[in-house]
Design a protein around this ligand. Structure first.
Ligand SMILES: [Zn+2]
Length: 283
């Protein structure tokens, strides 16, 4: 099984995770910019983080034979902090970089006026930079947050086929697909969405425009839940080709729209890695 995890926060994971992922067949990842737990107090802190997403983290992944790309944005949560707003002015510089394959995560956390403004401004940046957009749907009040996100995407004029609405569930998948957007699902160990629920959604809605990720962030999460979902698909009667479509070809198709996805060797070489001696050095 070859796996492309289209939404995983490797910044919050260890080298053990990278090793387990490589052994499980994960060959490519996209890491969206998000919050770092501790609130940031100004734009400088974001530039160091963004630099690490396009420099250090791809290097760390490469030690395990994993291709790493990033999406860059001011996340919805911190869009509410006035001290962080100037980050919006820094984004064009990053959206021009090779390893950046979308604008994200954007969208809503608490659905405030500040979030509205940052969301719309960043969809405009996606259009301007000819990049797809990765939209986070809020964990509270998800149905309303999803409807409102779809409305904002429509108003922006971006091609809905270039937008993924992420963290969806049984209630929000239909509106996303009907609006022509991609549907993203974050699989968690014990909340929000599980491998067996995901397989039911795939049975009901089909495999078109669906992305499955493990999110793997600061909360309790598991970077191998993409693999578990593939295994559950096979157990439920889906074919190997179906699994490859959901866990590899779909994310490749979505992020290829950036014109920057570089998977040279990633599809064939798989889970060989050179060891992590370099990473043992400087910490
Ligand atoms: Zn995320």
């Amino acid at each position: 099984m070859r796996i492309f995890d289209p939404h995983i926060h490797m910044t919050s994971r260890t080298t053990d995770d990278y090793a387990r992922m490589a052994a499980a067949g994960v060959r490519a990842v996209v890491e969206p910019a998000f919050w770092l737990g501790q609130p940031r107090t100004g734009p400088q802190s974001f530039t160091d983080y963004f630099d690490s997403l396009i420099g250090w983290e791809p290097f760390r992944a490469s030690q395990f034979g994993i291709r790493h790309h990033a999406t860059i944005a001011l996340n919805p949560k911190e869009a509410n902090d006035r001290r962080c707003r100037p980050v919006l002015d820094l984004l064009p510089r990053y959206l021009a970089k090779d390893g950046v394959v979308a604008v994200g995560e954007i969208g809503y956390d608490s659905m405030t006026a500040d979030e509205d403004e940052a969301f719309a401004a960043q969809l405009a940046l996606a259009i301007e930079h000819d990049l797809p957009a990765l939209v986070h749907t809020p964990h509270r009040d998800k149905a309303r947050g999803t409807e409102r996100s779809i409305a904002v995407v429509r108003e922006s004029g971006i091609d809905p086929g270039r937008v993924v609405l992420d963290h969806l569930n049984e209630l929000t998948v239909a509106p996303a697909l009907e609006a022509g957007l991609w549907a993203g699902f974050s699989i968690y160990p014990d909340t929000k969405m599980s491998p067996d629920r995901m397989v039911k959604i795939l049975s009901e809605y089909g495999l078109d425009r669906v992305l499955v990720n493990s999110a793997a962030d600061w909360g309790r999460s598991d970077p191998l839940l993409t693999l578990r979902t593939g295994e559950e698909m096979l157990a439920a009667g889906f074919t190997e080709d179906d699994v490859d479509r959901v866990l590899w070809r779909n994310p490749v198709a979505f992020f290829s729209q950036s014109g920057r996805l570089d998977l040279s060797d990633a599809a064939e070489t798989g889970a060989t890695f050179a060891g992590n001696s370099i990473l043992r050095g400087g910490s």
